[in-house]
Design a protein around this ligand. Structure first.
Ligand code: ZN
Ligand code: ZN
Length: 632
């Protein structure tokens, strides 16, 4: 086969010499020994010399040779030479074939010289589908979407039939639903809707615009399955945090006989991460092993283990990765920090500075987070003040957030207020809530009231702020103000979201809601919980109902505290798992002070490792202490 193609090439070379009209005695100096061969060897300097001498003798090569020469210029990134070839081809009023002009067009596009490309395109006597598609995809890849769309319209008007490449490039340029609908109907008109690439581009674009139902209907029209299309639809749901649907489609895909590839598994891991489904994530891990070298996939795996609070697995993956990029390092640093292993996170950052890639915006965020959790105020200030100088990164809202958190933990409430006033962006609800949380932890009622009022200015429906104000006033016996806050809440129809905790047992999610007795084993769980509480009470546990600054409303009574959802979930975990297995609970609201104490004591009493993830952070309970250091 190889020998044959070599012979063919030789023949071509000979032919090209014949066609050039210069074929003949070797003594003529203008005769290129073989311009085509020089091009094949990517020997640009000698090829240009050959072109020189051809020009001097007024000789032309054939289209194939010119095309090869242009490829050679492209390979060398030689813009000046490319333009010379362009001039030479058109010299003496010669008009090249469409295919050769397309090659020139492609050259200018690849050189990112879109204006030159446009000139060539405009002067073409005849444009075929390749010419149009080259220009359309050039514009859409530099986000000149209007121009890409306009070209498609002109193309259709000139009666040139778009192909699947045209559509997949122009679809990338769609920013508005009306555009995509229009293109979608043209696709149907020319009958390209069953093309795999067009279909998957359509799904991607509908998904990008958040039109998941449209995406799903395009998907459902597929008659014969194709993995590319399956991957598009699964990714669409995974990216839009609809992990349930993503996983459901994934199972269907497997049943339909399509094995998962890197792209499928990345989406599946994303879905598991979003829903904190550690067991399912572990199953996906088994399939990931087949793609040992895939960086994106391994980063997704790392992220899944970190976000599901399984640090041992994350570290194992990280250490085994042969290639690590800035995402891998940042994920691991942030993962350690978020799970309360701050010193380890900072140590890893030190190694990154020595042997890893240059830290980015996200890396610094993880570092600040670690400082914050370890209470390293000076280090935090150092990294925060020097991020611009050392790494050229301007502090963003998230960095301010981390610094505020750090100051808040350290009880430096006045510094927090100062930093809020010097932020380079407007403080938002999250900023004020961070201040409020710090005031809560450090029992500063005045400042808490100030923060709560700022929050209500930005979000008049913030339940936590109302409840806090009402509790604060109640504590100071300012009953008129209490009544006023309650009234406002009633008028606005604001009610506190009920606490809900969930736990995964045998690949099933068990949810516990305060006051809800629908779990089939609720009686047994309650009985066990009461037993634990009496044993703990014997060991000195006193239910903590004393938090004025908590956003608990009417829940402070002991009997209601007793059945907070996270306690039920923990007890169910103890009942369902063997001792060595970590109990992982997720909660929709911040864990309350009483449940926090309970979790610490029960972890010690039962010798269990308990992980609770609330919307604010992770808590790892072991041996009577929590990784958050009692600040949350
Ligand atoms: Zn609680
Ligand atoms: Zn904690």
């Amino acid at each position: 086969m190889k020998a044959l193609s070599k012979r063919l090439r030789l023949l071509q070379t000979t032919l090209s010499r014949c066609c050039s009209g210069a074929a003949s005695p070797p003594s003529v100096p203008a005769e290129p020994p073989s311009l085509l061969n020089l091009c094949h060897q990517r020997d640009l300097p000698r090829a240009m010399q050959a072109l020189d001498s051809m020009e001097r003798h007024g000789v032309k090569a054939d289209a194939i040779t010119y095309a090869e020469l242009i490829k050679c210029c492209l390979a060398h990134g030689a813009v000046r030479e490319g333009k010379r070839v362009h001039r030479h081809i058109f010299s003496n009023g010669y008009l090249p074939k469409t295919f050769l002009i397309n090659t020139l067009l492609n050259m200018y596009v690849k050189f990112n010289l879109l204006e030159e490309a446009q000139v060539v395109f405009d002067e073409m006597p005849e444009r075929n589908v390749v010419s149009w598609t080259t220009m359309i995809s050039a514009y859409s890849s530099v986000k000149l979407n209007d121009r890409a769309m306009k070209l498609l319209v002109f193309m259709l008007r000139e009666g040139v039939m778009p192909n699947m490449f045209t559509f997949s490039s122009v679809l990338r340029a769609c920013e508005y639903l009306s555009d995509i609908k229009q293109i979608h109907s043209s696709i149907l008109k020319v009958g390209l809707e069953s093309d795999v690439f067009v279909r998957s581009a359509l799904i991607d674009v509908y998904s990008k615009l958040g039109e998941l139902l449209e995406a799903l209907s395009v998907f459902k029209e597929m008659v014969t399955g194709d993995r590319v299309v399956w991957n598009s639809i699964i990714a669409a749901f995974a990216q839009h945090s609809d992990g349930d649907e993503a996983l459901y489609l994934y199972k269907k895909m497997r049943r339909a006989g399509f094995p998962a590839d890197q792209s499928t598994l990345t989406s599946v891991l994303r879905a598991c991460t979003g829903m904190s489904l550690l067991e399912l994530g572990r199953q996906a891990h088994v399939h990931v092993l087949k793609f040992d070298q895939d960086l994106i996939l391994h980063n997704a795996l790392l992220d899944m283990y970190c976000k599901c609070g399984s640090l041992e697995d994350a570290k194992f993956i990280f250490n085994r990765m042969v290639v690590k990029d800035v995402i891998s390092w940042s994920t691991m640093i942030a993962g350690l920090a978020q799970n309360g292993f701050s010193l380890e996170a900072l140590k890893l950052f030190d190694s990154m500075k020595v042997m890893g890639p240059r830290p980015n915006y996200i890396t610094i965020l993880g570092v600040l987070f670690a400082c914050s959790h370890a209470g390293l105020v000076d280090d935090g200030w150092h990294y925060f003040r020097s991020m611009k100088n050392l790494y050229g990164i301007d502090p963003g809202r998230e960095h301010y957030g981390c610094m505020l958190d750090l100051l808040g933990r350290a009880g430096k409430l006045d510094d927090m207020v100062k930093l809020i006033h010097e932020m380079n962006c407007k403080p938002d609800v999250v900023t004020w809530r961070t201040l409020l949380d710090a005031c809560r932890a450090h029992r500063n009622v005045d400042l808490a009231t100030y923060a709560a009022k700022e929050i209500l200015k930005l979000d008049a429906e913030d339940t936590g702020a109302y409840v806090l104000l009402s509790n604060t006033y109640a504590n100071s016996k300012m009953w008129n103000d209490v009544a006023e806050v309650r009234r406002t809440m009633r008028v606005k129809g604001i009610r506190k979201e009920p606490g809900c905790s969930w736990i995964e047992v045998d690949k099933q999610i068990h949810a516990f809601i305060l006051g809800d007795k629908s779990h089939p084993q609720i009686d047994e769980i309650s009985r066990q919980l009461n037993q634990f509480i009496s044993r703990l009470t014997g060991a000195g546990y006193v239910p903590d109902t004393n938090f004025v600054l908590q956003d608990l409303e009417g829940e402070q009574r002991e009997d209601s505290l007793r059945h907070h959802s996270e306690k039920l979930a923990i007890v169910f975990g103890i009942m369902s798992f063997p001792k060595e297995k970590t109990i992982r609970v997720w909660k929709n609201l911040r864990i309350c002070g009483d449940c926090h104490i309970f979790a610490k004591l029960i972890a010690k009493l039962e010798q269990r490792h308990i992980v609770i993830r609330d919307p604010i952070r992770y808590h790892h309970f072991r041996d009577g202490v929590c990784s958050c250091g009692d600040y949350w």
